[in-house]
Design a protein around this ligand. Structure first.
Ligand code: NAD
Length: 446
């Protein structure tokens, strides 16, 4: 039933460079490599069609190799129009014979045509980064074809009612990689429309403690510097959102000598930021003094027209949250006298009627993937180990999972952390028998 496809990538001639980058990333992914070696022998995913909608990077390529080593018949599509590494996509097709549908800078129609390719594969298991694949399946299952992008709707229209229901119904489980995706999927569960089991890989401790904080922290700053060449020392950097990603971005910006200002809506997180030594301000106040703005909230329109209106000449504005909705760019466009696109790669200039020039980086899409290479391999090693093991766990539990959002089993988290420590040459203590007993007793006091 699966469609035989080779994919849609920019240029297969880029494969040699892509192959080098995949191999380079693999050096820093020992945990995932250990899983791949076991999967090659045990083939836990044999006979399964899988569709993955992920950022197509060198690290994702190593996850794809692991899933294929486990026996999966995999199709990979982009989870963001600007995050694809074209050389990696080419190598996956050319060297690893994995169909990939992803081109950096693809327009919305191509993005959704690629999502349709992932659906046409009729997957038994899906992987999402932002829930675009599952949400398309749910709209189809609910018969809400008008809510689909026309590229998906055109295909879905020709399916019978049984095929539409079967699309989600055949899914054993779906893995979700990011905070925004988990939020969307939990909302589906709450509304009673989630028609397949989901594993919230993002919520594994070995994922968000490290990937969201240290991965997004480092690579976001990397993206800003590559896009602008700006010096952060002495600058006012406004970080909107002090969640896992925001903590990492704020920490790394401070490390480079920036004065970091945090904006928040959650009083506990705001307090945490204040006690971590950052200034905390309302966005309206921060907007007047910031040299660089980075949103990482997972929320919509965090920086809006009234904030752009008071920003300093030369302010740089970017986003590292999942969707390009955190900056109200329509507001900015409306109140600009002139817009100069691509004044340099990944930088658009918005000239205001009073002469101020504001710069938007990476079109408001996640800057760490648009202008840099995304998270370092070492951190994706853990996230993708959790993805591969969560997939294996869901297959072992096939038929027993309900249509709800599950956490990654604690044992998977512990295994990933232990092996990562081992590969880093770090040994830790184990509880003595006396300590184990003490920790579950109540009799002993002062
Ligand atoms: N760039 C990347 O590679 C990458 C990696 C991981 C996650 N993400 C995405 O980054 C976003 C944040 O993820 P997270 O794990 O840090 O989430 P989180 O839930 O831990 O943190 C988000 C924070 O933003 C705050 N917030 C919400 N609305 C706000 C507003 N209007 N103003 C200020 N603060 C506000 C929340 O109170 C919360 O503290 C999500 O969209 C996630 O999917 C991106």
């Amino acid at each position: 039933m699966a469609t035989i496809v080779n994919g849609d990538v920019k240029d297969l001639a880029l494969a040699t460079v892509g192959h080098q980058r995949i191999v380079w990333a693999e050096r820093d992914m020992p945990v995932l490599r250990a899983i791949r070696e076991r999967f090659e022998v045990e083939k836990p995913l044999a006979g399964l069609r899988m569709s993955a909608c992920l950022h197509v990077t060198a690290e994702t390529a190593n996850l794809a190799r692991t899933l294929v080593a486990g026996g999966a018949d995999l199709v990979l599509v982009a989870s963001n129009p600007l995050s694809t590494q074209d050389d990696v996509a080419a190598s996956l097709v050319e060297d690893f014979h994995i169909p990939v549908f992803a081109i950096k800078g693809e327009d919305e129609a191509s993005y959704y045509r690629h999502i349709a390719a992932a659906l046409k594969h009729r997957p038994h298991v899906t992987m999402d980064d932002g829930a675009d694949l599952v949400s398309a399946m749910i709209f189809i299952a609910l018969g809400r074809l008008d809510d689909l992008h026309s590229e998906v709707r055109t295909w879905a229209k020709n399916l019978s009612a049984a095929e539409r229901a079967g699309l989600a119904g055949d899914v054993i489980a779906s893995m979700e990689e990011t905070t925004t995706g988990v939020i969307r999927l939990r909302a589906m569960e709450k509304d009673g429309v989630l028609k397949l089991p989901v594993i919230a890989v993002n919520d594994a401790e070995t994922k968000h403690f490290f990937d969201n904080r240290y991965g997004t922290g480092q690579s976001t700053i990397d993206g800003v510097i590559r896009a602008t060449d700006m010096l952060l020392a002495g600058r006012n950097v406004v970080v909107c959102g002090y969640g896992w990603c925001g903590k990492g971005v704020a920490m790394r910006a401070r490390g480079l000598g920036a004065h970091v200002i945090v904006t928040e809506v959650d009083p506990i997180r705001a307090l945490e930021a204040a006690m971590d030594g950052f200034q905390v301000k309302e966005i309206h106040a921060a907007a007047k003094v910031g040299d660089l703005f980075i949103t990482v909230t997972g929320n919509i329109h965090v920086i809006r027209g009234e904030h752009f209106a008071v920003m300093k000449d030369g302010a740089m504005i970017c986003n590292s949250g999942h969707f390009n909705v955190e900056l109200a760019l329509d507001d900015l466009a409306k109140q600009s006298a002139t817009i100069n696109k691509y004044v340099r790669e990944f930088v658009d200039e918005y000239v205001q009627s009073d002469g101020r020039r504001l710069y938007v980086l990476g079109e408001g899409r996640l800057i760490n993937l648009a202008a840099a290479h995304g998270h370092p391999a070492s951190v994706m090693d853990m996230s993708f180990a959790a993805q591969a093991l969560a997939t294996e766990w869901s297959i072992k539990n096939k038929g027993q999972l309900e249509h709800r959002v599950y956490n990654v089993p604690k044992a998977v988290d512990q295994w990933v952390a232990s092996l990562k420590l081992q590969t880093m040459g770090i040994a830790i203590d184990t509880l003595t028998e006396e300590q184990q007993k003490y920790l579950v007793s109540w009799e002993m006091g002062t």
